[in-house]
Design a protein around this ligand. Structure first.
Ligand code: ZN
Length: 103
């Protein structure tokens, strides 16, 4: 079982090595935040808004997939962890500009 860090950075949260009620960790379960990441989270807004400088990037761009509903195989491939990577907003802009110029 794996889960992404709730700060929205797109990194995989590690499994808790012990139960810590204060931090909300349960032994063997993914922690909510990668160590140090919870301090970056403001109490307001959704995860995406908490880290405006970090985007989740599709390694293979979403536009190359063909899907109409979340049940489609291609939708699952598009959003599979293997196809996602954290990327700074700057890099993401660079990348999307590159794709635009290639079209
Ligand atoms: Zn994080």
């Amino acid at each position: 079982m794996s889960k992404l860090c709730e700060c929205g950075c797109g990194n995989l949260a590690p499994l808790a090595k012990w139960t810590d009620k204060r931090l909300g960790h349960i032994k063997g379960m993914p922690v909510r935040f990668i160590k140090g990441h919870n301090s970056r989270v403001s109490p307001h807004g959704s995860p995406g808004e908490k880290n405006p400088n970090w985007h989740v990037d599709h390694i293979k761009p979403q536009s190359l997939f063909n899907f109409e509903s979340p049940e489609d195989v291609e939708f699952k491939q598009c959003w599979a962890l293997e196809n996602l990577q954290p990327m700074s907003a700057k890099e993401n802009r660079k990348k999307s500009n590159k794709y635009r110029s290639e079209i």
